[in-house]
Structure formats: C-alpha cells, structure tokens
Design a protein around this ligand. Sequence first.
Ligand code: FA5
Length: 358
Amino acid sequence: MLEKAQQLKQQFEEKVQATTVPAELEQLRIEFLGKKGPISSLMGELRNVPNEQKKEAGQIINEVKQFIEETIAQKKTELVKLEEERLINAAEDYDVTFPTEDETGSYHPITLIQREVEEIFEGMGFAIEDYDEIVDDYHCFEALNIPKHHPARDMQDTYYLSTNQLLKTHTSAAQNAILIKYTKELEADRPIRVIFPGRCFRNEKIDACHENTFFQMEGVMVDKDISISNLIYFMKTMLSEVFQQDITVRLRPGFFPFVEPGFELDIQCLICGGEGCPSCKDSGWLELCPCGMIHPNVLTAAGLDPEKYTGFAFGLGLTRLAMMRYGIKDIRVFNSCNLKALSQFENSTFVEPEKEVK
Ligand code: FA5
C-alpha cells in the first residue's frame, strides 16, 4: 500500500509540474481525486488490508490525498497570478491610438465646439476648470443668491438624489468654488479669469431647442474695475472667432439673481437667417449667452470684498452654439447616437444655413 501511494504521489507531482493553465489543474483534480480515480480505488483496497495495518494504510492514503489537494490549490494561485500578469503586459502593449481596419471614430460636435471655445479663451488668458455634475443645493442655488423658495428655482427643476444632492442645472453651480479656488490670483494682483464647461440637467419639455441634458460653458472674470465693457468685449471676440463672420447679436435685460445688472445675449438664428423656424421657436433669435455683472452677494459668499472687486459672469449655451456653428436644426441630434449625423463635423468650418444637416 505504501509503495502504491508513493508511486501515485510521484505520478501526480510530475503531472502537476507540467500544468500551465488553471483549467489543466481541474482535469488533474478529477483524474486523481475523482470517484473513479486512484485515491478512490486505494480507499477501496483498504478492505483487503489486515485489520492491524488498516489504520496506518488509511493514514498514508489520506496524506497523499491531502498533498494532492493542497498542491493543486497552491499551483492554482500561482497560475492565476501568472495569467493576470500576462494580461496586464498584453494590455500595456496595446496602443489605443492605433488605427484599426474598421471605420475610425470621430469627435462629437459638442467636444469639437468646446475645444474651439476653450482655445479662444485660453488665448485671452483664461484658465479652464472642470466641475462635478452632482452638486449640492448650496452651490447650485444658495451661494448664487437663490435662497430656498425663490421663484428663479422654478426655471431649473432637476433630478434630485436621495443624498440631498442634485444634478447640476447650470455651470454657475461651480462659480462659488472657482472664485474661492482662484482668490490667490487677486492676492497676487492678477485678475481671476476662468472658464468651466460642463453638462447640465433639467426637467425640461424637450423640443428642437431644449434638451434635458445639455452643455454650457461658464466664464468669470474678477478684478478691480471690471465693467460691462469688458464683458461685451470678451463676448464679441469669442463669437466672431467661432463664426469667422459678422453675426447679428442683441443684448437685452435679463434677470438672474446672481448678476446685477443681467443680460440676455441672443444670436440671430443662423438656421433660418432670422425669419423664424422651429430651431429658434419662430422668433428669429436664439438665447445663447446670458451674462452680467456678478452680484455683490455672490462675491461675498466666496469671501471677496464687493467694495474692492467687481466681475462679470456668462453662461454660454454650448449645445445651442454647436447648433448654430454646424447648422444642426434639432438639438435632439446631439444625444441621438446617430453616428451618421454626428460624425460629419470634424474638420468642418462654418456650415451655411442652406447646407443644413439632414
Ligand atoms: C443659466 O443657466 C445661467 N446660469 C446663465 C448665467 C451665467 C447667467 C452667468 C448670468 C451669469 P439659462 O437658464 O438661460 O441661464 O441658460 C443659459 C443658456 O443655456 C441658455 O441661453 C441656452 O443657450 C442654454 N440652455 C438652457 N436651457 C437649455 C436646454 N434645456 N437645452 C439646451 N440649452 C439650454
């Protein structure tokens, strides 16, 4: 019995050494420990062993069985680790930028327009910041001079989470954090100049120019003696660079609790040339970039002295800007996953109204 058990152990050792993948170990386990395997048959042979030797023989078989089980478990850990390392190394060799034989992807028009506008503002000394999509009530409303139950909240109903947080309704939700973060600029006698694009969410009745998920790009500039003239200069520069042509804009008074005075900057609809169409709700104008001088309460909430500093803020409707820039008639195209429609704008310049996107 002892001899047989030793032979079995040796046989197993040779085989286990030759395994290279975990699946082979499972085969080995079945081969040696299965019902029809050698350990089972040795156990069966025990009945022919004289009684006085039975205990010792049983012990020997059990030891071999235990050895096989433990060796398999140990080898399995080794092989799984090796397999993981192999996969990690293979992944490192994989170049995600390498062109495939299939059709290559393209940037979404929002990404394209965002990068373009970012570049324009970067050239004018603005820093670019990112901000959370899930925010709290304080940052989205309270810090912006919109207390609880203020009617301005009705325009911005959104998706509330059980954690007392909400999906941000506008990029202005980042204003307080950005002003605090960049206070050091003012301390160093430099202006705060930051843009912060982001995705916004509203409980909205969807039509050709309203989505429930859309993009804005906020911008703030704060320093001593910043005035409306600075605001108009930056808006004009940005629009003329984006459209590379003269476009008609109008500035009219607009109310936002976080600016005073506040304006609505509208752009004449480039889809219909101002005659009226579904993209501009038949008005000939598209609300594009509300803006204004930052309210003293907003500066105070960020720890800035409104007696010393003034500033402007704007909330550019990036999705609507993309509609005008690329001649996209219906805002729903952006979230449609319609690759045929969405993949045609890379390297494109301004799309004239008559070359409308189908
Ligand atoms: C705001 O969101 C303010 N936070 C903007 C602001 C910032 C004002 C700083 C003053 C100073 P409004 O709700 O109007 O304002 O939205 C700003 C722009 O976002 C609109 O002009 C429009 O271009 C775009 N926008 C708003 N709602 C939608 C929507 N449902 N779908 C697509 N674009 C939208």
